[in-house]
Ligand binder design. Structure first.
Ligand code: NAP
Length: 218
């Protein structure tokens, strides 16, 4: 199948790694749905990419809202008829240098809702569609912080949410084995986005290159 016949949805597509993922997929000719929880921020991102000559469509999607996920599925069914690529990119990092004993349960739950239950719900919504069309690629944007081999103190909810995301990836990949559906998790490295901060050695193409460089923890 040609890239022009493929459809991709990227969560948190309005900035950072999500925006760059949208840009690169669209530049390869894939039809990209840029999902953003804030419609104005999503529209601004789509307009910025349009100025680069890239045409994308926008969808409002807060990954913690089941009703948004249902609407996104309906949007994909009615306007595209299929979904080839799901990039679970949206994420929050609320607990840098916080003790697991001090972090509020509110922040713990919000982190799990965004970084784990959101991707889980999106997989549950779109995997049946991928099964029916006998093709799909699910990419869960994870982090080295979620690797059990490197697990330690510092960002407890974030680390645990990404470990859970990695486990979800393994379980789902095994369940969908056999057809042409692949489920993977990837760590992008330490990237200079709003989340990664200015010390990150990997550049977000949307930002100027930082003057100094620091060793990566990712
Ligand atoms: P970012 O610049 O902070 O962007 C996060 C994106 O997620 C924004 O678009 C944000 O939307 C969206 N988002 C947050 N909560 C959401 C929700 N409930 N529903 C929908 N969208 C939501 O972060 P980033 O650096 O690009 O990170 C992207 C992914 O890479 C994350 O999963 C992160 O864990 C992972 N990662 C990043 C790094 C790094 O160094 N940057 C390293 C390892 C892994 P708003 O604009 O509306 O807030």
């Amino acid at each position: 199948m040609r890239a022009a016949d493929r459809f991709a949805l990227v969560t948190g597509g309005n900035r950072g790694i999500g925006l760059e993922t949208c840009r690169q997929l669209a530049a390869r000719g894939v039809n990209v749905i840029l999902a953003s929880r804030d419609p104005d921020r999503g529209a601004a991102a789509v307009e910025a990419l349009a100025r680069e000559g890239l045409t994308l469509v926008q969808c409002t999607l807060d990954v913690t809202r089941p009703e948004d996920i249902e609407l996104a599925l309906e949007f994909v069914r009615s306007t595209c008829g299929r979904l080839d690529v799901l990039v679970n990119n949206a994420g929050v990092y609320l607990d840098e240098q916080t003790s697991i004993l001090d972090l509020s349960l509110t922040d713990f739950r919000l982190t799990m809702e965004t970084n784990f239950y959101g991707p889980l719900s999106l997989c549950r919504a779109f995997a049946p569609l991928m099964r029916r069309q006998r093709y799909g690629r699910i990419v869960n944007v994870s982090s080295g912080y979620g690797a059990l081999s490197e697990m330690g103190a510092g960002a407890p909810a974030y680390s645990i949410s990404k470990a859970a995301l990695n486990a979800l990836t393994c379980v789902l990949a095994d369940e969908l084995r056999g057809g042409d559906i692949k489920v993977n998790a990837a760590c992008p490295g330490w990237v200079h986005t709003d989340m990664g901060g200015p010390a990150a050695p990997r550049r977000d193409p949307g930002r100027p290159r930082p003057a100094g460089r620091a060793a990566s923890r990712w």
